[in-house]
Design a binder for this molecule. Structure first.
Ligand code: FAD
Ligand code: SIN
Length: 538
């Protein structure tokens, strides 16, 4: 198969990019690949909303920039922060034009929420299901585009480069080129190659590395792992953001239900087992301090009290307003017998967001030619060592837009490439010597071990001994999984395990490189910050 523009991922980054390219190039083909159902993305689960300075009289770009820089703890790229904050407003307007409904005040102004680290009310939202509403509107807009082909249940295995044509490609190769991807088509069970002129990686996050995460099961870091295998540059993987308040449900594995930070923005208070509002002991901004600080404070309280959760107290809040803003959370709590007007909500931190990822420049270009990256899989320089709440959807849109602009330029400068010749030159996937998996337990047990070791040794608080142990255990899992991969027919489960091991390795390696504590990376052996600011590039 050949396509002019290839998009890996159907979340906010992939869909907004595809819509723009399709609109500008009605005679070109755009193919979107997604590994399960089209809407199963991190985007769909976003609750709090999207941050933007919609009213320059009440708020200002400089305040949003400043809040982002403070949260990022010294590692944000100020130029990128300014780009995102300033261009973000236009991107939000486009989202509205595509049909996204944000909540409004009776007078018609947008209702703006507040979350940790924000100095102003600036978060547009659709109740507590903002991502669901965005994904709905975007997929509807995609349906109306004749030149977009969205293929669901299509698992991308690897990026095709010169390596597949028999050339030596290493980390020092400067002109690595992306020719497309190999995919496992789950409908036909066949491995196919898709040749493209321009490719956008929009494959989302990697929360599934950890036992407890707010991310759905698709968030297995496939894009970052593929990029690493293709010898592309990866940055800042140690900065994994743990959301302070995932609903604590004993026995629930996989995806934890999020209690949005907007609840604290509206007045929710964290309390420990003794009922004490403890955040004032940790930070003057109390419950609305940036996430790294709140998550560490909760972790510390849980360790002091020997418990697996703390409480979020909403009993004093206006219950009518709570129901209007957070109907989904209200319903979920009720389903578990938690009446938020009478009972406190048990919460604990869960892996939520990857601040690092595929290194890009200000035009979303990666270190591999013809390959762009946007959204959670990318590391643009916006978040630094810790992401400010509700900046992620904004960043995804701003860089999808920039990727679209540069993609068209790249496409127009490169019409000489003959895709048919390339398709013939790229070999078919080599499955020689592989057989059907004999027992899935080899995959599922390794996955459990991986999640356990990453949660216990590479979580909110780290130290050198824990990282060293994690490394040794990862080596073994890597060795066993590579052996299995060589002799087994590929399946999403096996590939995801392999990708999660790669991503875990990148997190641990980056954590070991950082001999300081900064933002989301806290190492008790180096509790202070180093005077030298640097990004971790692998
Ligand atoms: P995603 O939306 O995750 O999409 C990834 C896509 O890639 C999927 O379609 C997936 O199928 C596809 N894919 C991945 N691997 C493969 C493969 N191998 N082959 C084929 N397809 C593949 N951010 C905010 O700014 N505000 C919020 O309020 C907010 N709330 C959040 C709440 C929750 C519970 C979660 C989990 C995240 C939240 N975030 C929020 C973060 C934000 O939602 C994500 O960072 C953002 O949606 C990521 O968008 P994306 O387009 O990069 O990736
Ligand atoms: C939330 O709603 O608390 C999540 C917001 C975010 O991750 O930006």
């Amino acid at each position: 198969m050949q396509t002019d523009f290839l998009v890996i991922g159907s979340g906010i980054a992939g869909l907004t990019y595809a819509l723009k390219v399709a609109h500008d190039c009605p005679d070109k083909t755009i193919t979107i690949l997604t590994k399960t159902q089209s809407d199963e993305t991190n985007t769909k689960y976003a609750q709090g909303g999207i941050a933007g300075v919609m009213d320059e009289e009440q708020d200002s770009f400089s305040k949003h920039v400043e809040d982002t820089l403070i949260a990022g703890d010294g590692l944000c790229d100020k130029h990128i922060v300014e780009i995102v904050v300033q261009e973000g407003v236009q991107r939000i307007k486009e989202l509205i034009d595509w049909g996204t409904n944000f909540d409004k005040e009776p007078g018609g102004d947008y209702k703006l929420g507040k979350e940790g680290g924000h100095s102003e009310y600036r978060i547009l939202h659709h109740k507590d299901i903002t991502g669901f509403e965005m994904e709905r509107a975007l997929l509807q807009a995609i349906k109306n585009c004749k030149n977009i082909n969205l293929i669901s249940h299509c698992f991308v295995l690897d990026i095709i480069t010169q390596h597949h044509l028999g050339y030596l490609v290493t980390k020092s190769t400067t002109d690595i080129e992306c020719y497309g991807v190999y995919v496992l088509n789950l409908a036909t069970k066949k491995i196919e190659k898709i040749i493209s002129r321009v490719t956008l990686l929009a494959s989302g996050g990697n929360g599934q590395v950890y036992r407890s995460t707010t991310n759905p099961s698709i968030a297995t870091g496939d894009g970052v792992a593929m990029m690493y295998r293709a010898k592309g540059r990866i940055e800042n993987m140690e900065f994994i953001q743990f959301h302070p308040t995932a609903l604590y449900e004993p026995g629930v594995r996989g995806q934890s239900f999020l209690i949005t930070e907007a609840v604290r923005g509206d007045g929710g208070i964290l309390r420990n087992q003794q009922g004490e509002a403890f955040m004032q002991r940790y930070d003057s901004r109390k419950d609305l301090a940036p996430r790294d600080i709140v998550a560490r404070a909760i972790d510390s309280e849980m360790k002091i009290n020997g418990t697996e959760y703390v409480y979020l107290d909403c009993r004093h809040m206006n219950q009518q307003k709570f129901l209007e803003h957070f109907p989904n959370i209200h319903a979920k709590c009720m389903s578990l017998g938690i009446d938020v007007s009478k009972d406190m909500i048990p919460v604990s931190p869960a892996a939520h967001y990857s601040c690092g990822g595929v290194k890009t420049d200000e035009w979303a270009r990666t270190s591999i030619n013809h390959l762009f990256a946007a959204g959670e899989c990318a590391c643009t320089g916006l978040h630094g060592a810790n992401r400010l709440a509700s900046n992620s959807l904004l960043e995804a849109m701003v860089f999808a837009h920039r990727a679209y602009k540069k993609s068209i330029e790249t496409f127009n400068n490169d019409t000489s490439k003959d895709l048919s010749t390339l398709e013939k030159a790229v070999p078919d996937w080599n499955a020689a010597g592989t057989t059907a998996p004999k027992e899935m337990i080899l995959i599922t047990q390794s996955l459990k071990e991986l999640k356990l070791l990453m949660s216990d040794y590479v979580g909110i608080v780290r130290n050198n001994e824990r990282l060293h142990r994690a490394n040794r255990r990862l080596d073994l899992l890597h060795e066993e999984t590579e052996k299995l991969y060589e002799k087994t027919e590929v399946s999403p489960q096996l590939c995801e395990l392999r990708n999660l091991i790669t991503v875990s390795y990148l997190i641990v390696k980056s954590a070991e490189f950082r001999k300081e504590s900064r933002g989301l990376h806290f190492n008790t052996d180096y509790p202070n910050q180093s005077p030298i600011l640097q990004n971790t590039i692998l």
